[in-house]
Design a protein around this ligand. Structure first.
Ligand code: B1M
Length: 211
């Protein structure tokens, strides 16, 4: 197996220390940072995403793989910055006002990061205005809103309405998700997209980027 294949395999197995060492070795061997990212780390994370969607791996495996991805990125990120490799897009993600659940939201952040996005995680219990401020500050292409309660999912509409009334309307897409949320609800409140799980969220976010 090649070094990059070994890296993808170690990432899928969640072996953070091995991933770190392999990333360092790839850098020392003179591989391009962008190649290390796409053919090593992202390639492993993509497989995890596909398996997660197919119920072949579950939340703990995804979290462990994402932690390994993060460990590799800590070493690779400075090289990517030096080489001018840019994220495919910036996504601001938070759990809606009144809602403190963040496990699913964190998983979505990790999968989007694994798909090549820069993530601005604005946390839990987020007011509509904070999504807009963060999107403006970071020039985000996507706002992601998570809700786990039937009592807080209704607050998602306030985020959609506030974005639509703001000066970033048209330049940012809004995606929603969380256990009680459905495609019908997303359509009803005027969101641009809905995803049922973290792997689908990464696919959706990519599809929402401007062509
Ligand atoms: Co809460 N809780 N909880 N809870 N909690 C639920 C959601 C509940 C279904 C439990 C139950 O009664 N059976 C219920 C909601 C009922 C309802 O509204 N219909 C509930 C309740 C009632 C409450 C409290 C009100 C309890 C109380 O205090 N009386 C309270 C509310 C607090 C608040 O938010 N204001 C509360 C509190 C908590 C804890 C703090 C104890 C804890 C949260 C810890 C944390 O998140 N840091 C907690 C937990 C852990 C749960 C359960 C057990 C697990 C949720 C979870 O993390 N799932 C949950 C019951 C259950 O689901 N079995 C429950 C795993 C996670 C990976 O899945 O979040 O669905 P999920 O995310 C998925 C997808 O939904 C999707 O991708 C993720 C990964 O595939 N997704 C997105 C999520 N966000 C997305 C965004 C996207 C796209 C996809 O785009 C932006």
């Amino acid at each position: 197996m090649s070094l990059l294949e070994d890296m993808a395999t170690a990432l899928m197995a969640g072996k953070a220390n091995d991933v770190k060492e392999l990333v360092q070795k790839a850098i020392d061997d003179g591989l391009e940072p962008g190649t290390i990212l796409t053919e090593g780390l992202l390639s492993g994370m993509n497989v995890i995403g596909v398996k997660f969607k197919a119920n072949e791996v579950y939340v703990p495996e995804v979290l462990i793989a994402a932690r390994a991805m993060k460990a590799g990125m800590e070493i690779l990120q400075p090289k990517l910055t030096e080489a001018g490799v840019e994220a495919i897009g910036i996504a601001v993600i938070g759990t809606v006002k009144g809602d403190l659940h963040d496990i699913g939201k964190n998983l979505v952040c990790m999968m989007l990061e694994g798909a090549g996005f820069k993530i601005v995680d604005i946390g839990i219990d987020v007011e509509p205005e904070k999504y807009i401020e963060a999107a403006k500050e970071n020039n985000a292409a996507i706002i992601g809103v998570s809700a786990l309660l039937t009592t807080t999912m209704t607050n998602m509409k306030a985020v959609v309405d506030a974005v639509k009334a703001s000066d970033i309307a048209g330049s940012v897409k809004i995606m929603v998700g969380g256990a009680p949320v459905t495609q019908a609800f997303a359509d009803e409140i005027g969101a641009d997209g809905y995803a049922a799980d973290a792997a689908s969220a990464a696919d959706l976010a990519k599809s929402l980027l401007p062509a």
